[in-house]
Design a protein around this ligand. Structure first.
Ligand code: DX5
Ligand code: ZN
Length: 220
């Protein structure tokens, strides 16, 4: 990934759940690479969103990479259902399990992309032991649970710190995904710091013209 290229992953959490097919059309017409699917269980985070049946319903209508972000306890129980439903990438939270390698191996066994995520308050050291086992690290730049929050100060430094560490470990192929409060006016600094994939929910689906907004992101 060159320094000025990145992938946008619009989060459908901020889309109209009564018309998700239109959200898929926006992503297609806008040229988004991924579609970010926020899974919340009202246990790990104080919100409840969608599960495997919605992914299964969306799958036939898009060839985009379906990027499932599991903000759930017992993530191991949902890996295979999401894989069967058509997820392309499955990301779990390091805080949600006492056995991250088991969850990593389970996702790996399904053939899907393996992602690990951490809340803003969790030190990067918590994921260090697993960096050589995953395909992606999802850096939360908001406290997980809701769209439309503000990008937390210090997130950009964390991205740069993770990027430097991955380079030191010769793991520069690990994807850095950044999630929460990403806007047109901070996307460039996030990419420059090391963000490879940027999640944008309200910044895309909260606008009058999501298709145009997606194109605007790719033009930063
Ligand atoms: C928050 C989710 C994010 C969120 C992003 O827990 O993981 O993906 O939907 O929404 P915005 O871009 O509006 O912060
Ligand atoms: Zn997310």
């Amino acid at each position: 990934m060159t320094s000025n290229s990145f992938k946008l992953a619009p989060s459908i959490l901020s889309a109209d759940f009564g018309d998700l097919r239109t959200a898929l059309d926006y992503c297609k017409d806008g040229g988004a690479h991924w579609i970010h699917i926020d899974v919340m269980d009202n246990q790990f985070v104080p919100n409840l969103t969608i599960g495997p049946p919605v992914v299964q319903s969306l799958r036939p209508y898009t060839d985009k990479f379906l990027d499932v972000h599991m903000m759930v306890i017992e993530p191991e129980k949902l890996v295979e259902p999401f894989a069967r439903a058509g997820a392309d990438g499955i990301t779990f939270h390091v805080e949600a399990t006492d056995d991250p390698p088991a969850v990593i191996n389970l996702i790996r066994s399904t053939g899907k992309q393996v992602g690990i995520s951490l809340k803003p308050g969790t030190p990067l050291s918590a994921i260090e032991p697993y960096l050589d086992q995953v395909d992606l690290v999802l850096i939360m730049s908001v406290d997980p649970g809701f769209g439309g929050q503000g990008y937390l100060p210090g997130s950009t430094d964390r991205i740069a710190e993770l990027k430097a560490r991955l380079n030191e470990l010769c793991l520069d192929g690990v994807i850095i995904e950044v999630d929460g409060g990403v806007k047109l006016n901070n996307a460039r600094k996030i990419v420059t710091a090391g963000g490879d994939v940027l999640v944008a929910g309200s910044a895309v689906f909260g606008t009058q013209d999501p298709t145009k907004t997606i194109k605007d992101f790719y033009a930063i």
